[in-house]
Design a protein around this ligand. Structure first.
Ligand code: AFP
Length: 332
């Protein structure tokens, strides 16, 4: 690679350019989604900067995890308030997000992330909680930003999945992972095995098959970070399956697909703070994978209340197909 030439490249596909290109493919679009996405991108840049600074401060004993979380929440809330004010008269979307998922990992420097999903509002003159209690398949866009050794934003506006890496010298997200497609089958499974004694039979059988395959194939490797953005990012790029199944202790699993929303943003934009299953399932399907709850396609779930949880199995098409087969056999 010619690094010097690379440093002076001017034909870069920034995330703004990409989103504008997507907008131009739809002649009806008025630019609201583009504006909204640009605010989310700005929010992610703020969080990336807060996380980096807090990490550094922590080393010298100045900051605690709560400061990082508060800072991230504050920055992203501020951006969304700004967004609301700017586009109040025309906004047609609501955004739901988990500003800092995996935050219990900050202390040890593990990757954490922001997850978001975007819905259209049914009646912009009368926004209600119903606007966020829509099935995942109604989302128009979803993504996550991972704050790790690099800062990567993965986005789908319903036309495939693309990954952008923050170039700190430009302060811009640059397209580095165009048209991400998850491998049809993977060599990795990702689960908190500490919960194994409480798993249901299909989950236990699947993990057993990963370790002791009977068809002559090699066992799968286990990788589990405990930070959903990082685990899903690896799954998306390398293939395999990420699971947070139901168990006897948590019959609905741990991960959430609906969200709390902040009371002070009552007008047109709901600030949703807990959000995991739907955006990741949307991205998986857009990348050619699948997402399953143990009973149904995850994006078909219809939330009835905030903070709802669901078991989740997502990843490579064939691996999830195998899990579906095990649940179907159990149901007979
Ligand atoms: P925190 O935000 O409390 O760290 O939770 C992270 C998370 O919601 C998700 O990112 C992980 O996949 C999952 O929890 C890990 O849960 P376990 O620690 O039970 O494995």
């Amino acid at each position: 690679m010619d690094h010097e030439a690379d440093a002076y490249r001017t034909d870069l596909m920034t995330i703004t350019r990409y989103v504008l290109n997507e907008q131009s493919r739809n002649p009806e679009a008025r630019g609201d989604l583009t504006i909204l996405l640009s605010h989310i991108v700005l929010g992610c840049k703020f969080v990336a900067s807060a996380v980096n600074k807090a990490g550094l401060a922590k080393l010298i004993g100045l900051a605690g995890e709560t400061n990082v979380q508060a800072s991230a929440h504050w920055h992203i809330s501020a951006i969304f308030l700004l967004c609301e004010i700017e586009i109040r008269s025309s906004v047609e979307y609501c955004v739901c997000f988990d500003p800092l998922d995996g935050s219990s990992n900050i202390d040890c420097g593990v990757s954490i992330g922001t997850i978001f999903g975007i819905y259209m509002i049914k009646d912009k003159e009368n926004v209600t909680l119903e606007d966020v209690l829509q099935p995942g398949k109604s989302m128009v866009a979803a993504g996550y930003c991972m704050y790790g050794s690099s800062c990567t934003l993965v986005l789908s506006t319903g036309n495939g999945v693309n990954g952008f890496t923050l170039d700190p010298s430009l302060g811009e997200f640059i397209l580095t992972h165009p048209d991400i497609k998850i491998p049809k089958k993977g060599k990795i499974y990702s689960v908190n095995e500490g919960n194994a004694k409480n798993w249901d039979e299909p989950t236990a059988k699947f993990v057993e098959k990963c370790k002791f395959p009977k068809d002559g194939s090699s066992p799968k490797s286990l990788r589990y970070i405990g930070s959903m953005v990082a685990d899903v990012h690896r799954t998306l790029l390398y293939g395999g399956v990420f699971l947070y199944p139901a168990d006897k202790k948590s019959p609905n699993g741990k991960l959430r697909y609906t969200y709390a929303y902040s009371q002070h943003l009552t007008l047109l934009m709901k600030l949703c703070v807990l959000y995991e299953v739907f955006p990741m399932s949307f991205l998986m399907e857009q990348a050619g994978g699948q997402s399953f709850t143990g009973k149904e396609r995850a994006l078909d779930l219809v939330p009835t209340k905030i903070h709802e949880r669901s078991p989740i199995f997502l990843g490579s098409y064939e691996d999830v197909e195998e899990i579906k087969g095990l649940y179907a056999a159990q149901a007979k």
